[in-house]
Design a protein around this ligand. Sequence first.
Ligand SMILES: NC(=O)c1ccc[n+]([C@@H]2O[C@H](COP(=O)([O-])OP(=O)(O)OC[C@H]3O[C@@H](n4cnc5c(N)ncnc54)[C@H](O)[C@@H]3O)[C@@H](O)[C@H]2O)c1
Length: 314
Amino acid sequence: MRAVVTGAAGFIGSTLTDLLLAEGHEVVGVDNFDDYYSGKMRFLSRHLENKDFKLLETDILDLDALRQSFEDADVVFHLAAQAGVRISVKDPLRSHHANTTGTLNVLLAARDEGVRRVVSSSSSSVYGNAVRLPAREEDPTVPISPYAASKLAAEQYCRLFYELYGLQSVSLRYFTVYGPRQRPDMAIRIFTDRALDGLRPQIFGDGEQTRDFTFVSDVVDAIRRCADCPDPKGGALNICSGSTVSVNQVVSSILKAVGREDLEPEHLPSQPGDVDHTWGDSGKARELLGWQPKIMMDEGLGRFVDWYRTVGKV
Ligand SMILES: NC(=O)c1ccc[n+]([C@@H]2O[C@H](COP(=O)([O-])OP(=O)(O)OC[C@H]3O[C@@H](n4cnc5c(N)ncnc54)[C@H](O)[C@@H]3O)[C@@H](O)[C@H]2O)c1
């Protein structure tokens, strides 16, 4: 397969790129190396000599450049985005441009270049404070942050491009992804970083909010399966572990893993845009993709902390 990965330098995109190249596929990586966080090139540098890999420093907001990068592609795995709820509350236009206009561009370029399928990246945040837990794809979507609204609009464009132009697409609703290469703005990484420096963990709110944490290799496995599964018809799929853990529990596991159980967590005010609980039902993904998560929290956290100690914290 000839695949394009947008956001190829990022946390999930670079992990997906590793998998696709290991399977022998041709990969065109598209990334603008935005300034949200630095150090991304190191995830891709070992592939730069690989004849099956081409890296294009391209902004998904540049439609002409995107069309060129999609030439002869079978599948586009679309991960480029302005990720993160907090930055979207500060700067909603930034999230809107990258996530909604960016996805619209990806769909236009894919349609025009005859791409067979687009696998797009959505988020559990589209549910807002979900009306039932675990959330199912058909449940109401009521975003409470600009990030979630931008992702929901992108989902609607995916559906619409299937209905209007017959472009096969799917929107994957990832639930808090963690693991090696995790973004520096994400909670698990921040807690680990502070604990290794002997600093108290800072928890927003009382820490009783819960998250369905999903390990990155499971997420990438689901994304990869979307290239060959039956036509998803522009729909959405939950990609989640199917279990929940409170933030207090995660902090306590991290402190144990780094041997700093003496550090007392500090509680800060809750952050606007953050939902109280996430928990997903992945039955639809299991049915369509034959996928199920394999890595549970204890193992995944251990793998993350090992990576962070040896490679991540440089
Ligand atoms: N990590 C999670 O927990 C999580 C949860 C739900 C959804 N998602 C979604 O998954 C995708 C990947 O997330 P991630 O955590 O790997 O984020 P990331 O920030 O590590 O990766 C995103 C990549 O996109 C690139 N990018 C940003 N704007 C771009 C633009 N205009 N043109 C080209 N490239 C651009 C960035 O440089 C970065 O390399 C995103 O769509 C994100 O919204 C992530």
